[in-house]
Design a protein around this ligand. Structure first.
Ligand code: GDP
Ligand code: IMO
Ligand code: MG
Length: 428
């Protein structure tokens, strides 16, 4: 048996979708364990581009059983739209299983997300507006709606009535329209019959699969620096996007995890608000270059991603809190053509040097990067399939990142397509 985890090591959009897709030919089940349709993964297979939000990227590989596990929050119409879009492109989605205890994103969660983000008295997080935070907040405060509740109309109405009792007072405060129970139910009622056969006791399915020697891939949404406990709080998402989230999000014990793979971009991007020490301001020619050549626009919201240099302090911190066995380094090809490439090796915080992540978030918010400079390369590397095919300066860059972050770089991405990789060590 093998339990393999894939998580993002920075602020998301590292290329987790592509990394998961790479492993899919060797796995039997793929489980998404956190987040919801705030995620946006682009996977390119033989020139065909697929965009996934709520579904794990492993769904693109025939034969793999995709699982939406208990830690995920599910927007029901989004789920079926995504399934139908894949079906119309010939992808077999019939094996999908959805946990009976995953929580449901409703109309009032999305409305609350929007009201809170637009409240001038509150810190703007720059959320994706998908209702993620309010749904997790209800889960933790024990007033959420679970998938299983959708099949018991009496209980469902009771729960929504009770939720709306308090939510409508908030909407009135924000001078926004209030909602009725019927309006909330109306949104997912057309899908209930289609949903029923997909619902499963996913902890049982996943544990039995591992018992019978199957390979299970646990695919994380978001990333370490967006993790609600270990990220740049409060500028984070509302779930555990680190490897620890696998156990709480799926009902699989920690000793069943054999490998934790971190996905890290050869530079850094961030969407939304919050500190980002190595950010290069827009308008600077390197930032514009990374944005344009890297295609750094959000898959979910279309927002421009903030771009900056690789931050080895972040990579080292991610390696610590996830105990990565390997890194997949993506988008090395995007750096081609830059004369100088900078890597942040430490921070200066109010005059003090930190080689590790400062424990207090106020310190991180004012951290100034201390850079080491590397000479770039101009050769096209998109056809490289072996480490030796890379220009010496690119090899030096990879070796330096490996040493600085303390995790071996087993796969290097040199293009968006499935095959555009250099495999230095087998991941599986
Ligand atoms: P995710 O959310 O972590 O799955 O990442 P996204 O899909 O949001 O963003 C990563 C983007 O980079 C996608 O458009 C991928 O197709 C693309 N990508 C992944 N790896 C590489 C690579 O090595 N080179 C290039 N050029 N693009 C890549
Ligand atoms: P993938 O899986 C990048 C960010 C949002 C915002 C914060 C909170 O594609 O890497 P939320 O809607 O989750 O409450 O927003 O988290 N965010 C992401 N940034 N990639 C993602 O997913 C993200 N999911 C959420 O921009 O700053
Ligand atoms: Mg993404």
């Amino acid at each position: 048996m093998s339990g393999i985890v894939i998580v993002g090591a920075q602020w998301g959009d590292e290329g987790k979708g592509k990394a998961a897709d790479l492993l899919s030919s060797k796995i039997d089940l793929v489980a998404k364990f956190n987040g919801g349709n705030n995620a946006g993964h682009t996977v390119v297979v033989n020139g065909e581009t697929y965009t996934l939000h709520l579904l794990p990227s492993g769904i693109l590989t025939p034969g793999v059983v995709p699982v939406i596990a208990s830690g995920v929050v599910v927007d029901i119409p989004v789920l079926f739209n995504e399934l139908d879009a894949l079906t119309s492109r010939g992808v077999d989605v019939s094996k999908l299983l959805v946990s009976s205890s995953a929580h449901v994103i409703t109309k009032y969660h999305r409305a609350l997300d929007s009201a809170m983000e637009n409240d001038p008295a509150k810190k703007k997080i720059g959320t994706t507006g998908r209702g993620i935070g309010p749904t997790y907040a209800d889960k933790i405060s024990r007033s959420g709606i679970r998938i299983a509740d959708l099949f018991n109309e009496e209980l469902l109405r009771e729960k929504i009535d009770s939720a709306l009792d308090s939510k409508n007072r908030i909407f009135t405060h924000y001078e926004r329209p209030t909602l009725s129970t019927d309006e909330v139910i109306e949104e997912f009622a057309p899908y209930i019959a289609r949903l029923k056969p997909l619902v499963a006791d996913t902890p049982l399915v996943l544990n039995h699969a591992l018992d019978s020697g199957k390979n299970v891939l646990f695919e994380g949404g978001q990333a370490t620096m967006l993790d609600v406990d270990f990220g740049t709080y409060p500028f984070v998402t509302s779930s555990n996007a680190t490897a620890g989230g696998v156990c709480t999000g799926t009902g699989v014990g920690p000793t069943r995890i054999d490998k934790v793979i971190g996905v890290v971009k050869a530079y850094t991007t961030r969407v939304g608000e919050g500190p980002f020490p190595t950010e290069i301001p827009l308008g600077d020619k390197v930032a514009d270059y990374l944005l344009k050549v890297g295609g750094e626009f959000g898959v979910t919201t279309g927002r421009k991603r903030r771009c900056g240099w690789y931050d080895a302090v972040v990579a080292k911190y991610s390696s610590l809190v996830n105990n990565f066995s390997d890194f997949v380094l993506t988008k090395l090809d995007i750096l081609t053509g830059l004369d100088v490439i900078k890597v942040c090796v430490a921070y200066s915080v109010r005059g003090e040097v930190f080689e590790d992540m400062p424990a207090d978030s106020a310190g991180f918010a004012v951290a100034e990067p201390i850079y080491e400079k590397f000479v770039g390369w101009s050769e096209d590397i998109s056809g490289a399939r072996h480490f030796a095919d890379l220009p010496e300066n690119a090899q030096n860059y990879i070796t330096a990142l490996e040493e600085l972050s303390g995790t071996r770089i087993s796969v290097v991405g040199v293009g968006a397509d499935r095959g555009a990789i250099i495999e230095r060590h087998k991941l599986l």
